[in-house]
Ligand binder design. Structure first.
Ligand SMILES: *[C@@H]1O[C@H](CO)[C@@H](O)[C@H](O)[C@H]1NC(C)=O
Ligand SMILES: *[C@@H]1O[C@H](CO)[C@@H](O)[C@H](O)[C@H]1NC(C)=O
Length: 265
C-alpha cells in the first residue's frame, strides 16, 4: 500500500523542483539592466539621428567613417564644440583650485605661455584640473572634453577660456557610441557592442547608464583647428591605450602626453 502513496507525493515534488529550477534560470537569463541599456541606445539613436544633417547614427559610427571626413568634422563643430567663454571665471572652491599635474608641466615647458592643451576627462574644469593653471597664468588654451553630462554642466559654469565638448574620445579610429556606467564611486566607459558582457560582470545596485557619442582624437583636432598639442592629458577610465592607438602620429604633433600608458621604448 505504501508504494502508490509515495509515488503520488514524489511526482508533485519533482515537478516543483523542475519548475523552480526553470523559474530561477529565467531570472538568470533575464537581465533588466540589459533591457534598460538597449532601450537607452535606441532612444539615443532616434534623438541623435534627427540632428545629424541626414546622416544616421549607424552610418556615422560605422567602420567606414574616416576620422577626417568633412561631414564628421562639421558635425563636431556644429553640435559638440562650445566656444571659449568670454565671461569671468566662476570657481566653485573659494581658495585657489588644486593645479593637478600643472606645476610639473609648467616646469617642463619652462613657464611657456600661449601653449595648447587637450584634456580628456576634464571633469568640472576645476577640481584637480591639469590645465586650469596653464590657462589662467600662462594664457594657454585648447580643448576640454568631458563625457559625463552633470560634470559637463559644472564645467560650463566655470567659464573656461577653451573649447569644451560633452563627448569622449573614441577608442576606435572612427566615431563610436559608448555606454557610461556610473555608480557612486566610479564611472566607466563601456563598449555598446560588448554591453551584455559588461552587465554580467558589473556590480548591481545603484548604477546608472548613459549613452555617449565619441569621436576620434584626430577628428576633434581638425574640428578645433588644432595642429600642435603641447600638452595632452588623457584620463578615460582605462581606455587610454585604445584611444592612443587611433592617433595618426605622422599627422599629429603632441609635445607632452599625460596618461596611464607607458611609452614603448
Ligand atoms: C568584452 O570585453 C571583455 C573585457 O574587456 C573581453 O574579454 C571580451 O573579449 C569582450 N567580448 C567581445 C565580444 O568583444
Ligand atoms: C576652424 O576653422 C574654420 C575654417 O577656417 C572655421 O570656420 C571654424 O570656425 C574654426 N573653428 C574653431 C573652433 O576655431
Amino acid at each position: 500500500m505504501s508504494l502508490p502513496v509515495r509515488r503520488r507525493v514524489e511526482k508533485p515534488a519533482m515537478l516543483c523542483v523542475v519548475m523552480s529550477a526553470f523559474i530561477v534560470s529565467l531570472f538568470l537569463l533575464y537581465n533588466p539592466a540589459a533591457d534598460r541599456v538597449f532601450n537607452l541606445v535606441l532612444e539615443h539613436r532616434q534623438n541623435y539621428d534627427k540632428t545629424l544633417f541626414g546622416i544616421n547614427t549607424q552610418s556615422l559610427n560605422s567602420e567606414e567613417t574616416r576620422s577626417d571626413d568633412r561631414r564628421l568634422i562639421d558635425i563636431i563643430r556644429k553640435l559638440y564644440l562650445t566656444p571659449a567663454s568670454a565671461e569671468p571665471y566662476a570657481f566653485a572652491a573659494a581658495s585657489l583650485p588644486s593645479d593637478g599635474q600643472a606645476t610639473i608641466v609648467d616646469k617642463f615647458f619652462k613657464q611657456k605661455t600661449h601653449g595648447v592643451f587637450v584634456e580628456c576627462g576634464a571633469y568640472d574644469g576645476e577640481f584637480l584640473s591639469n590645465t586650469l593653471f596653464l590657462e589662467r597664468f600662462r594664457v594657454w588654451t585648447g580643448l576640454l572634453i568631458e563625457p559625463e553630462p552633470s560634470s559637463f554642466e559644472a564645467l560650463k559654469k566655470r567659464h573656461r577660456k577653451a573649447l569644451i565638448a560633452n563627448s569622449c574620445l573614441s577608442s576606435k579610429p572612427h566615431p563610436s557610441e559608448f555606454v557610461l556606467r556610473q555608480d557612486r564611486a566610479l564611472s566607466e566607459i563601456l563598449d555598446v557592442k560588448n554591453i551584455s558582457y559588461h552587465l554580467e560582470t558589473g556590480g548591481t545596485g545603484d548604477v546608472s547608464y548613459k549613452i555617449v557619442q565619441c569621436f576620434p582624437f584626430y577628428s576633434f583636432l581638425l574640428a578645433a583647428n588644432i595642429t600642435t598639442v603641447d600638452y595632452f592629458s588623457l584620463d578615460v577610465e582605462g581606455q587610454e591605450f585604445n584611444v592612443l592607438k587611433t592617433i595618426p602620429w605622422h599627422q599629429v604633433d603632441i609635445k607632452v602626453r599625460d596618461d596611464a600608458v607607458p611609452d614603448k621604448k
